[in-house]
Structure formats: structure tokens, C-alpha cells
Design a protein around this ligand. Structure first.
Ligand SMILES: CSC[C@@H](O)[C@@H](O)C(=O)COP(=O)(O)O
Length: 368
């Protein structure tokens, strides 16, 4: 991804080869700030406070958290303790457990003296593979967009609605939902993105809008409740969103509000696609509504909003009536029956168990 013309990943090793650099996503869209992580505790903090967020990036960051822990202590107990501390940070995105399981599986059986070097090489590999996976998702999803473009009047854009940020900033590079958009745009297919603002943390308005702007993709930010109206008026050709956890039966769990978009899309006959790396499939789960843990976040996120004032300072203000109770479930589940297709690194799948296990027999046999 280019930022002001310079190429970046969202996470990378510092020049010293051991500390980890991340981009502080709590500062967007006002500032582009890089943070240096040197300890396990700083990594736990970065994930919990959402300096990094988005399912694939949470997994990649946790992998580096294990590397940093191994610099201090390579014992079994330190390894298990680091994994437990990282796993507790956020409950919904399964990539966190997926990455930690990969690290434990590789590190526990080997000599503690070799663990640090192996940890770094595996964390680097997780990042490289995330990029390759997202590029494959991009190519597969771009075909869907190209097919829709062929049905439109020459020169008119394919209008894509997305929710939250399943973009470059949610992964190591490219994004999942945004990879097909970037690839279509780069290959000359005219696209325009409706960006849901995504209250309460505004990942759409703060993050997706910022990165689409950096890439030069035409986009319009809308309030979360506008999508249904736009679909009724045929202003949305397709929806593409990400997912934090996908069951083996094709239910998807994504940022709160995704389900309502899927319902509106079904009613209006708009295709509803979910873009995902196979690392977000939880093969142990069948029923998303009953089995996926939904993160309940602080009510302060609902009560307050942060933005830039007229004087240029960043201020947080209260927007809810004093004394009112608030609730803040951070994710919801969209049942497979509302999903047109799952755009994965191995092709576009139907959202059902048969299609998923046929595409990923290796993951069913050995979930990691
Ligand atoms: C490719 S990222 C998919 C999801 O992680 C994304 O859509 C999302 O809901 C992120 O939620 P967040 O709470 O910002 O971590």
C-alpha cells in the first residue's frame, strides 16, 4: 500500500531486526504515526487498545508478540504464558487463535535455544502468506466485479458497499474486502465504494475512507443506515465485507451492522459477498449465532465521539443523554443463507459446509 507515495505494510520488523513497527490505527485519519513494539506487554496493549485491529492483522501482531516474549525467556512456561496473554486480548477474531496455535505447534517441540529464531521466521512467514492470500482473494473477487462491470453502461462505475474496515489496515497488505476493489481499480475497471461510517468506532469513516483515498479509489462515506435506501434505489451493485470468524457451515461474523446490510441486500436482490482468508474459518464451529463469542466493548465508545475541532485540535465529546444506559456489542453474525458467496484464496465458494470443506480439506484434517 502506498502512503503519500511510499510503500508500507501495516506491520514490519525494525531495522535492528527484532523490534516490531506498527501503524497506530487509533490516530487515523488525523495522523500517520508509527509505534515501536519491544515487549510482549506492549503487543498485548496494542491489540487490546486497537492500535492494530482487523482479524488478519491481529493474528500477525500476536505472532510477533510471541517473538518478543521469546527474547526475554524461551521456557515452556513463558511461551504458554505469552500465548495466553495474547489470546485474552480480543475474543471474536479467530485469526488470533489460529496464529498462536501455529506458533505453539512449531515452537513447543523444539529446543528452547532455537525458539527465538524460529519464532521470527514463522511470524515473518505469516505476514508474507497473508499478503499472498489477499492478492489471491483480490484476483478472485475482481472477476466478480469485472462480470458486473460488463452489464453496466460503458464508463459507469460498479458501486460496491462495504462495512467497517476489511482493508489494507486490517491485514498486512491489500485487505480482504478491498483487495478486489484495488485490483479492479488498478486494472481500469471503474469502481465507486459506498463506505459505511461504522459506528461506534468509525472504522469506515476513519480508516477505509482514508486508505481508499490514498489509493485514489472514488468513494463516498455514508451513515450506517443509508445502505438499505441506496440498495432500494439500485445504487449498489454488490456488497463486499470481511469476517472475523466464519463457521464451517458458512455463517460469518463481522463488525456490528453487517447483518442488517445482508438483510437489505437479500430484500433488494443485491449480491452480498464476504472476502476471507481461510485463517478466519473456524472448523470447530457449525452454528455462528450460538457458538461465536461476540465482543462486548466499553459503552464509552457509544457515549463519546472523537474528531477534529475547527481549531484543528482533536477532541472527544459526549453525544448521549446524561444517565442513559448504553450497550456496545462489537460484532454480529450473518447466517450463511444471506451470503451470496465467500471470496477466498482458493476461489469463490458457496456459503455451505460442502463447498468449504471441498476447498479446504487440508484445514479440516489439521485445523492449523
Ligand atoms: C479483513 S478484516 C475483517 C474484519 O476483521 C473487519 O471487517 C472487522 O470487523 C474489524 O473489526 P475491528 O473491531 O476493527 O477489529
Amino acid at each position: 500500500m502506498l502512503v503519500n507515495g511510499e510503500k508500507y505494510r501495516t506491520i514490519w520488523l525494525a531495522e535492528d531486526g527484532w523490534a516490531v513497527h506498527i501503524i497506530d490505527q487509533t490516530r487515523f485519519p488525523y495522523a500517520f504515526e508509527i509505534i515501536r513494539l519491544e515487549t510482549l506487554q506492549q503487543t498485548v496493549h496494542a491489540i487490546r487498545e486497537m492500535q492494530v485491529r482487523g482479524a488478519p492483522l491481529i493474528g500477525a501482531t500476536a505472532a510477533y508478540g510471541i517473538c518478543l516474549a521469546m527474547r526475554d525467556d524461551t521456557s515452556d512456561s513463558a511461551l504458554m504464558g505469552a500465548s495466553a496473554a495474547l489470546l485474552e486480548t480480543r475474543p471474536t477474531a479467530v485469526n488470533l487463535k489460529w496464529a498462536l496455535d501455529l506458533m505453539l505447534k512449531a515452537l513447543l517441540p523444539i529446543d528452547p535455544e532455537q525458539r527465538m529464531a524460529r519464532a521470527y521466521s514463522l511470524a515473518n512467514q505469516i505476514c508474507d502468506e497473508d499478503i499472498a492470500t489477499n492478492m489471491a482473494i483480490g484476483l478472485n473477487g475482481a472477476e466478480i466485479i469485472a462480470n458486473i462491470a460488463r452489464t453496466k453502461k460503458p464508463g459507469s462505475s460498479v458501486n460496491i458497499l462495504t462495512h467497517c474496515n476489511a482493508g489494507w489496515l486490517a491485514t498486512v497488505d491489500w485487505g480482504t474486502a478491498t483487495a478486489p476493489i484495488y485490483m479492479s481499480h488498478d486494472s481500469g475497471v471503474p469502481v465507486h465504494v459506498w463506505v459505511d461510517e461504522t459506528r461506534p468506532r468509525n472504522q469506515g469513516a476513519f480508516l477505509t475512507a482514508w486508505e481508499l483515498g490514498q489509493h485514489g479509489v472514488p468513494h463516498t462515506v455514508i451513515v450506517d443506515n443509508a445502505g438499505g435506501h441506496l440498495m432500494q434505489h439500485e445504487e449498489v451493485d454488490l456488497v463486499i465485507v470481511g469476517t472475523d470468524r466464519t463457521t464451517s457451515s458458512g455463517d460469518v461474523c463481522n463488525k456490528i451492522g453487517t447483518y442488517l446490510k445482508a438483510l437489505a441486500a437479500k430484500d433488494c436482490g443485491v449480491p452480498f459477498y464476504v472476502a476471507l482468508p481461510s485463517s478466519t474459518i473456524d472448523f470447530t464451529l457449525q452454528d455462528g449465532l450460538k457458538e461465536i463469542p461476540i465482543e462486548e466493548r466499553s459503552g464509552d465508545e457509544v457515549k463519546r465521539i472523537t474528531g477534529r475541532s475547527k481549531t484543528g485540535s482533536i477532541e472527544t465529546i459526549e453525544i448521549v443523554a446524561q444517565g442513559s444506559h448504553v450497550a456496545n456489542p462489537a460484532f454480529d453474525v450473518t447466517p450463511a443463507r444471506l451470503v451470496t458467496g465467500l471470496i477466498t484464496e482458493r476461489g469463490v465458494l458457496e456459503a455451505n459446509r460442502q463447498s468449504i470443506i471441498t476447498a479446504f480439506p487440508d484445514r479440516v484434517a489439521a485445523p492449523n
